[in-house]
Design a protein around this ligand. Structure first.
Ligand code: URA
Length: 245
């Protein structure tokens, strides 16, 4: 098979897989019957960042990456964490939600968005017809900053290769950045969340919608209405992007 035919084949497989997953049809043996894409990604994983590990996407890459994150000492946060929080959900998701960093509950359980903000996020997802099984969710940082302080620049820098590799492997059609810290760090900007919500953004060619963090909604219910507007936009962009992919 030539390169272009192979690429078409991989895209078609991904598209079909997404259609099936979005229709809530679970096809456990998809990889068995159709094989998996063989795109390779390079990720630096050692504490000092010197050693390069090669991972094959489509199945084992996120497992190897998760192992690397579990042992990561690239910044000082490893000293205070109970668990790393890699990410969770559908590894073939068409949409990825990105939060800031694990909080107390997430640090204790090793799973993103399991606390109060996570419960609210579940309701928001349900309101636009998604469940946790449809989406993938991860954070800018994989370790909890003590006392839930804002991530430091060097922590974001040390961690960003992991999220970049996750996004490359999952290859969603849409990203939702939850809150200012997630949006600013993902998009490498200092613009306010207000400005970011009102403008169009892309991360490596993938459309990004910025909205309020669910924890902000818990503190300030006035953010609920604009968040609902963002969610309707998100759903529309998601469905349009799937149709044209
Ligand atoms: N807030 C986040 O940004 N991420 C989590 O995983 C939990 C709370």
């Amino acid at each position: 098979m030539n390169n272009s035919a192979e690429n078409t084949n991989v895209s078609l497989k991904k598209y079909l897989k997404r259609l099936l997953l979005n229709d809530h049809v679970v096809l456990h043996n998809f990889e068995d019957c159709c094989g998996s894409p063989e795109e390779k990604i390079m990720v630096k994983t050692s504490p000092a960042g010197e050693e390069e590990k090669e991972m094959v996407s489509g199945g084992s890459d996120l497992d190897s990456l998760e192992k690397a994150v579990t042992g990561c000492r690239r910044c000082e946060l490893y000293r205070t964490r109970n668990n790393t929080v890699f990410g969770a959900g559908n590894r073939a998701a068409s949409i990825v939600f990105i939060g800031e960093a694990p909080g107390r509950d997430e640090d204790l359980q090793g799973i993103p968005f399991v606390g109060r903000a996570g419960k609210l996020l579940d309701k928001i997802l349900e309101a636009i017809g998604f469940s946790r099984d449809d989406i993938y969710i991860a954070n800018i940082l994989k370790c909890r900053p003590p006392g839930n302080r804002d991530p430091k620049e060097e922590e974001v820098e040390a961690c960003e290769r992991y999220l970049a590799a996750q996004l490359k492997s999952i290859d969603p059609v849409l990203i939702c950045a939850l809150g200012r810290v997630a949006a600013q760090n993902l998009l490498k900007t200092k613009a306010s969340l207000k400005v970011l919500r009102e403008s169009e953004h892309y991360y490596n060619g993938i459309r990004v919608v910025a909205t309020y963090h669910p924890a902000a909604l818990l503190r300030n219910p006035a953010y609920k209405r604009p968040t609902w507007e963002d969610m309707k936009l998100l759903r529309r962009l998601h469905d349009e992007a799937l149709e044209t992919r």
